[in-house]
Design a protein. Structure first.
Length: 360
């Protein structure tokens, strides 16, 4: 009888620990300091960010998870984190929700994450790894981005991007039917590309993968967006023109999606299209900054102004170029921390028109 009691005690303890391990404590979740709140968007009322279907074991929150992925693919990182936080709140045992938080703090093609973002991403992945008892595919996704966050305080950003690329290459090969693996592998290739490689080997490889996918999923925001990034080089830009003319219609609720086509329009000298792209992106960025309570000018607004001024100058339209610099003198108040470091976007719209007129 005593042995039976001991066995029952062990069994109950096992199930108690198993259940407890499946859901992180409120303290552990609170320590992540996740961004929360209503989704902020400026655009069509039905929040159009494109179509993403990412299969996970967290089926009860599939709609929110796919929305988070769509936002992630258009670099709406703050809003993506808020949506993944909502997934955590609804299903705290969903390992992939914490993966989403880590991806939202990665922003591989912009400035490297801050120390606070790296810690948040790394802590989120610690929870994800503890929860990842589901399909091996999900564990592989978690392990792939863990390669970027691991040793973040010791290894440089590019080295960790290469680790992410190599891990995503393996995942891409292991799951040929996975719809998101090739998209994220292409992103990883572009992020890990060596700036000194004039052959653009990784960009070309990423572009080939994405172009093949585009035919199958023309409304996927990541596919159309990353085609633009990977071909944003002289000699390659023409290959991205169909995507550039499509992206704003795929994700019209994203200020970045409205702006990004102008990278290709600028490369190809399509100044009227560049002007229109940045007029709508700047308006969307101003709307977002006001709704989010951002003081001064969000960097997404200034980045659009950068391209808008340049397009006007290329057309010889000094009057409209000069009008774009009539911003309040609080322009030093910029953005959220994740955008700091994008040095090219801030001073250019103010300095170039005055300089050109002085020389003219």
């Amino acid at each position: 009888m005593k042995k039976l009691f001991l066995r029952l005690t062990v069994v109950l303890l096992f199930f108690s620990l198993s259940c407890r391990d499946k859901v992180p404590t409120k303290q552990a979740i609170g320590d992540l300091h996740l961004l929360r709140g209503e989704l902020i968007t400026c655009g069509p009322p039905d929040k159009e960010f494109g179509t993403v279907v990412f299969e996970t074991s967290c089926r009860d929150v599939a709609g929110d998870f796919n929305l988070g992925m769509a936002l992630l693919h258009s670099f709406e990182y703050d809003e993506a984190e808020k949506v993944f936080a909502r997934v955590v709140d609804k299903e705290p045992g969903c390992a992939m929700a914490y993966w989403g938080v880590a991806m939202s703090n990665f922003h591989p093609l912009w400035a490297p994450p801050t120390a606070a973002e790296l810690k948040k991403g790394n802590d989120a992945l610690s929870i994800a790894r503890a929860l990842a008892r589901g399909p091996s595919r999900e564990r592989d996704y978690i392990d792939a981005i863990s390669g970027f966050y691991g040793d973040w305080d010791r290894l440089d950003h590019h080295t960790r991007c290469v680790r992410f690329e190599k891990a995503m290459e393996k995942l891409y090969a292991a799951y040929p039917g996975d719809r998101e693996a090739p998209v994220l592998y292409a992103l990883a290739l572009t992020a890990a590309a060596d700036p000194a490689d004039k052959t653009l080997a990784k960009q070309r490889k990423a572009g080939a993968i994405l172009t093949a996918l585009y035919q199958q999923e023309p409304n996927h925001p990541g596919i159309v967006h990353y085609i633009i990034h990977t071909y944003d080089y002289p000699g390659l830009a023409e290959l991205a023109l169909p995507a550039a003319r499509k992206y704003a219609a795929v994700a019209p609720s994203s200020a970045h999606a409205l702006h990004m086509p102008s990278h290709i329009f600028t490369r190809l000298g399509l100044w009227d299209e560049c002007i229109h792209s940045n007029q709508v992106s700047v308006a969307s960025a101003k709307c977002y900054a006001e709704a989010a309570g951002i003081k001064g000018h969000w960097d997404e607004e200034l980045h659009g102004l950068d391209y808008l001024v340049y397009a006007y100058l290329q057309k010889g339209d000094d009057r409209h170029a000069k009008e774009q610099v009539g911003l309040p003198e609080d322009d030093h108040e910029r953005s959220s921390p994740q955008f700091q470091g994008r040095l090219c976007v801030c001073g250019y719209p103010f300095a170039i028109p005055a300089g050109k007129q002085a020389l003219g």
